[in-house]
Design a protein around this ligand. Structure first.
Ligand code: GLC
Ligand code: MG
Length: 473
């Protein structure tokens, strides 16, 4: 990435002067927000849980393997670009839904391997398991729907008679999903005769072939498309149908996502033959479905732009992160931008300029403090100073920083409480924390950007045993 001369934070004229005025302005903000902040933490949490009650601006329903997640992108750049876009522009008003063929076990493994955001809704096992929120609360209503006319034993018994079918691992066998591997050239015939046999036994099952190797047998009413239709129906009943839905996929089990009424769809550039064939035969005249020219998550970003579903420029693609063109204060964008700069600074991708640090200081309240996840409290300005010695310390390394679930809540006429998770990856090592920040718009213009008044971090998953010394912000 080219080094940029443009400053990320535009406060040329506001290099902090430790004048009594400046201190008063900040401490006033601190005292008025602290009490309010605590009661707001609760309501922010509630808001996170109640998010599904809102009418979403955009609902993205995306497959994971080879769609959101590019297994050929060692640097994870396309998903990190999507993450920054989503957190800066959509998290607060939209819904992120992951719809994967993976069982909960393999889904959790993928989350450990890749820099994935936390979705609002997780649909697993090819649309047979729907869960909500961070704690993945299962939808029991969906289980009841799937139980209708489904007899797992009969399906299993009939399928096992086909010697060409090899059973997948135990983790992938689920209450409403039986999965095998089968060679490409045999798949079609087997699907036909298995389907006939099941009908003879009074069962209408759905058989899906994906990725040129996986064969899944599900209840007739299951599948990724039916799970989405079920969610749409639920939202509609509450008058909360998302304004737009974008479905994203690459393989056979994603095909039915594209059949749900009114959705926009993107088949990523690297889509499998079976999905492209399905599209050619069934949906080639639908202008709401595109075959992206970009791979995986980059294809999703491309579709957001193509269909005009909202902002489609990821902050990761912008070197000049100043706020000059913004119309309103935007706390989520501020958080994404801050950590973007922090990553670039340590990777040595911006210029090693004192001006950057001076500008950073000017967006940090001079009486503001930072509570490090180890519990050590420091003035925010000292944290900025400590950046001086780590410029480019991660140059040439696989060092990435991203934020997840950035949720701002306005807690005063000029202040916001923002909660988010911050992740830092350095080579194989990953660390994360939950952060709470108070940002203020007092005495600043939109172009200058919000002031960081207070930041408090707590390790997530007991992390931080090793890298405590290099975790700076
Ligand atoms: C995932 C699942 C597998 C399934 C495949 C296609 O890879 O782990 O069980 O067959 O998706 O749906
Ligand atoms: Mg896939």
């Amino acid at each position: 990435m080219p080094a940029s001369l443009t400053l990320p934070f535009l406060r040329y004229h506001q290099i902090p002067i430790p004048s009594p005025f400046h201190l008063t302005r900040c401490s006033a903000t601190t005292t008025t927000t602290t009490a309010a902040a605590f009661s707001q933490i609760e309501s922010t949490l509630r808001k996170t849980m109640d998010r599904l009650a809102e009418n979403a601006r955009l609902m993205i329903v995306s497959d994971l393997d080879h769609t959101m997640v590019d297994h050929h992108d060692a640097e994870n750049l396309s998903i990190l670009r999507f993450n920054a876009l989503w957190e800066a522009n959509y998290r607060d008003n939209s819904l992120l839904v992951f719809s994967t063929g993976r069982s909960p076990t393999l889904y959790k493994e993928l989350r450990k391997e890749k820099p994935m955001l936390t979705p609002d809704i997780t649909i697993m096992s090819v649309g047979t398991e729907i869960t909500y929120g961070n704690s993945m609360v299962p939808d029991d209503g969906w289980v009841e729907v799937l139980n209708q006319n489904w007899d797992r034993n009969i399906v299993s018994e009939e399928a096992k008679k086909f010697t060409e079918l090899t059973l997948q691992s135990e983790t992938e066998q689920r209450p409403h999903k039986i999965s095998f591997y089968v060679q490409k050239d045999k798949a079609e015939d087997i699907m036909k005769s298995l389907s006939t046999r099941l009908k003879e036994r009074g069962l209408a099952a759905k058989i899906i072939y994906s990725g040129g190797m996986d064969l899944d047998i599900l209840p007739q009413g299951a599948g990724k498309g039916q799970a989405l239709a079920y969610l749409h129906k639920k939202f509609k009943a509450e008058g909360k149908l998302p304004k737009n839905t974008l479905v994203c996929g690459d393989s056979g089990n994603d095909a039915e996502l594209f059949t749900i009424p009114d959705v926009y769809g993107v088949m990523v550039s690297n889509a499998q033959e079976e999905l492209l064939q399905w599209h050619a035969a069934n949906a080639k005249d639908n202008p709401k479905i595109i075959h992206a020219t970009e791979r995986c998550a980059a294809g999703i970003i491309q579709a957001i732009g193509h269909f005009n579903l909202g902002p489609s420029t990821s902050p990761r693609d912008v070197m000049d992160l100043s706020d000059t063109k913004m119309e309103n204060f935007d706390p989520a964008y501020e958080v994404v931008k801050f950590y973007m700069f922090y990553e670039r600074w340590r990777r040595g991708e911006v210029q090693n300029s004192e001006l950057y640090l001076a500008n950073l200081k000017s967006v940090c309240c001079s009486s503001g403090s930072f509570v490090h996840p180890t519990g050590i409290e420091q003035p925010l300005h000292d944290c900025v100073n400590s950046l001086r010695t780590c410029y480019g310390d991660k140059q040439g390394e696989q060092f990435r920083v991203w934020v997840d679930q950035v949720l701002p809540a306005q807690i005063g006429s000029d202040s916001w409480l923002v909660q988010f998770k911050k992740w830092e990856q350095s080579g194989e090592e990953k660390q994360s924390c939950v952060a709470t920040a108070v940002l203020s718009s007092k005495d600043v213009t939109v172009a200058e950007g919000l002031t960081w008044v207070h930041v408090h971090q707590t390790w997530l998953n007991g992390g931080g045993q090793n890298g405590q010394t290099t975790w700076l912000f």
